[in-house]
Design a protein around this ligand. Structure first.
Ligand code: HEC
Length: 109
């Protein structure tokens, strides 16, 4: 019985991951919108340097931002260097938005 429960649990976790159901955690109460919330963060704070032909990586649209999302989040926390370059760091609530968007599967919404 105990093993049945564990395998049902494992199975539901696996099928959940496969379906890419957005994860709604306590610190991410709503689904983050890429176009309304994430894109403006990059446009306001990053694109002045990170545009095509300028500093790499390019961070100007869904394709380039989603491809560099993990590195961008790390840089918001100061790894390997703090972004926006020269600081100050973005507010925690803004960094949290980017983190939630990544955890929810980097939706193009
Ligand atoms: C004033 C110009 C400027 C702005 C604004 C800026 N960056 Fe950068 N960024 C750089 C430069 C120059 C580098 C390469 C050298 C370095 O790492 O400092 C870089 C490197 C990076 C890298 C590669 C890894 C790293 O940290 O070296 C990432 C990812 C990155 N930036 C993300 C961002 C994000 C996300 C934003 C907006 C929140 C941002 N940058 C804003 C100039 C900028």
């Amino acid at each position: 019985m105990k093993y049945l429960f564990i395998s049902v649990l494992a199975l539901s976790i696996v099928s959940c991951a496969k379906d890419k159901v957005p994860v709604v955690a306590a610190d991410c109460p709503t689904t983050v919108s890429f176009n309304a919330e994430v894109l403006p963060i990059f446009q306001d704070n990053c694109v002045s340097c990170h545009s095509a032909g300028n500093t790499q990586p390019t961070l100007e649209d869904y394709a380039t931002i989603s491809a560099n999302a993990d590195a961008s989040l790390a840089s918001l926390h100061g790894t390997p260097s703090l972004m926006p370059q020269g600081g100050p760091a973005l507010p925690d609530s803004v960094i949290q938005k980017v983190s939630c968007w990544i955890n929810q599967g980097k939706l193009n919404n």
